[in-house]
Write a protein of this length. Structure first.
Lengths: 120, 110
């Protein structure tokens, strides 16, 4: 069974950058899947951030596209998220998840999530 | 901006049946939106329940089912158990890697 685990700083200063890593175990990040990031502000709903394929191809939420970079490290079987110019509105629990694309389009395995707070 | 709307809250009695819906601001939801449904309990990550309208994951209890109903995606819980009390989210795929989660429905078992 595939397992995902997020890691990274829990506190980021305003105007700084948020960096998180998702380690994948029980499966290869080089498999034919998309690897995604989703976030959830405290007490609010889910928001899709973006995704990366093992080739390095990426797709981003248009509302975040100018600030988001997702990358993959096949040697470490992990992928990463960087969000720049953060504000308090970026405070959220950040989840990584596996997404199966065409022809069924679904998320299946999720990490437990990590809370990132933007504050000085 | 695309908005996916769900009922804010629903209450159901143990053993009862409840249907949650998922509507798109762009119009009727069809199978081409590949509706997904997730369950989330407090302090936990979302858990995938349904994909591509009505397909269940290997871990999805039989009492959960998905369908299309009146131009919306729907999730029906039959024979509700106390442990089904949770927030439920739908997800629609709009093509071109454009995924939008619904606003969420809080289901209370009372």
């Amino acid at each position: 069974q595939v397992q995902l685990q997020e890691s990274g700083p829990g506190l980021v200063k305003p105007s700084g950058s948020l960096s998180l890593t998702c380690a994948v175990s029980g499966g290869s990040i080089s498999s034919s899947n998309w690897w995604s990031w989703v976030r959830q502000p405290p007490g609010k709903g889910l928001e899709w951030i973006g995704e990366i394929y093992n080739s390095g191809s990426t797709n981003y939420n248009p509302s975040l596209k100018s600030r988001v970079t997702i990358s993959v490290d096949k040697s470490k079987n992990q992928f990463s998220l960087k969000l720049s110019s953060v504000t308090a509105a970026d405070t959220a629990v950040y989840y990584c998840a596996r997404f199966i694309g065409y022809p069924l389009y679904y998320f299946d395995y999720w990490g437990q999530g990590t809370l990132v707070t933007v504050s000085s | 901006q695309t908005v996916v709307t769900q009922e804010p809250s629903l209450t159901v009695s143990p053993g009862g049946t409840v249907t949650l819906t998922c509507a798109s601001s762009t119009g009727a939801v069809t199978s081409g939106y590949y509706p997904n449904w997730f369950q989330q309990k407090p302090g936990q990550a979302p858990r995938a329940l349904i994909y591509s309208t009505s397909n269940k994951h290997s871990w999805t209890p039989a009492r959960f089912s998905g369908s299309l109903l009146g131009g919306k995606a729907a999730l029906t819980l039959s024979g509700v158990q106390p442990e089904d009390e949770a927030e439920y989210y739908c997800l629609l795929y709009y093509g071109g890697a454009h995924y939008v989660f619904g606003t969420g429905t809080k289901v209370t078992v009372l």
